[in-house]
Design a protein around this ligand. Structure first.
Ligand code: AHR
Length: 352
């Protein structure tokens, strides 16, 4: 064979191989498409995972820890990635975190505002960047057009529930009812709601007097400290007896504590100093397992639930706003009341 013929047959061979390869590729594409169709699958483009920037205020209570956990669990279950920041109880840290979420261009921002005011500027920045924002657990007093909506508890109603219990409990009481209030973080919406709701119910009845209101920062250590001071003051005034507490010489008939951590702190001090104020009505908010245990043990009279399990509801809202949909301005979580009159055998473990 001369070299021309050799080259011709080589070209023919290469063309034949290429043709066969093409047929193989076409056939394999055809069969894989057929296989996917038979399996009910179509060759979809892989979905982009949503990124949620979430700023939590810290871990001041078991309630807060459960709240954070619930959000992480739901994000995982919904395939949403979280960029998390713990603000260590400082608004300035939250502002920094939200600005970093904007720079990172997350799909949605959610945050628990430690206080009610001071959010307008950062929310405006998020709006300019086209990132929707959801407010969680505590409310804000910013311009409503700057955020998509709020998800959390009805703090005003929680205060009302606490007062309704007290009203009923003292229905036959003819004398004055002196109340000591222990509130949480100053300027937070939840404290305002719980204080206002409580007062709203009691205001018509002159026998109820809030003789003192003190900020316990939602902390167990502060609840303990407040109780220690009361015990000391009761001692100094010469009124000290083991089954009652005094403020300004007045016997305290009821204590309304804005959260369980502070209430448990009070109980710590009572135990340390051997106080058993059986005649003092104790009302708390949150419904952590430890406070339910204290209710069952007869140490508390009423616990108003504040439900920390916001995760699943939040993820549903996140998915909607990420699609550009509107969400309700306010979404409240379901909450109940536990009292000394309940059938305790029906209680389930709280999970926080
Ligand atoms: O904002 C909700 C309150 O904050 C809870 O009652 C309290 O326990 C928490 O730290």
């Amino acid at each position: 064979m001369n070299s021309y013929k050799k080259m011709k047959s080589k070209i023919k061979l290469t063309l034949a191989i290429s043709f066969c390869s093409l047929i193989v590729i076409i056939l394999s594409l055809f069969f894989s498409f057929l296989f996917m169709s038979l399996n009910g699958k179509t060759a979809e483009k892989p979905q982009k995972r949503l990124i949620l920037g979430f700023s939590q205020i810290g871990s001041e209570s078991a309630w807060r820890t459960r709240n954070t956990q619930s959000i992480f669990e739901a994000a995982e279950a919904n395939g949403i990635q979280i960029l998390f920041d713990d603000a260590q109880q400082k608004q300035e840290n939250q502002l920094k975190a939200i600005r970093s979420f904007i720079i990172y261009q997350v799909d949605v921002i959610a945050f628990v505002p430690i206080v009610e005011s001071g959010w307008d500027n950062v929310l405006r920045e998020a709006k300019t960047a086209g990132i929707p924002v959801i407010i969680v657990d505590r409310q804000i007093n910013a311009d409503k057009s700057l955020y998509a909506g709020f998800l959390g508890e009805n703090a005003f109603e929680e205060g009302e529930k606490a007062a309704k219990f007290l009203l009923e409990k003292c229905a036959d009481e003819e004398g004055e009812v002196n109340i000591l209030e222990i509130s949480g973080t100053e300027n937070s919406s939840v404290v305002k709601g719980r204080a206002n709701g409580f007062r709203e119910i009691l205001k018509a009845n002159k026998k109820f007097n809030i003789i003192h209101s003190e900020n316990g920062d939602f902390l167990r250590s502060r609840g303990k400290e407040i109780a220690e001071n009361l015990i000391q003051e009761s001692r100094d005034s010469g009124n000290f007896i083991n089954d009652a507490l005094y403020f300004d010489g007045k016997k305290i008939d009821a204590i309304y504590s804005h959260n369980d951590s502070m209430t448990l702190g009070l109980l710590d001090s009572f135990a340390n100093y051997g106080i058993n104020p059986a005649g003092t009505i104790l009302i708390s908010i949150d419904a952590e397992q430890k406070s339910i245990d204290a209710l069952v043990a007869g140490k508390l009279n009423c616990v108003v639930e504040c439900n920390p399990n916001l995760g699943e509801m939040l993820m549903n809202l996140v998915k909607q706003v990420a699609k550009g949909k509107h969400i309700p301005r306010i979404t409240y979580n379901e909450e109940t009341v536990f009292t000394e009159d309940d059938d305790f055998s029906k209680y389930e473990m709280r999970g926080y």
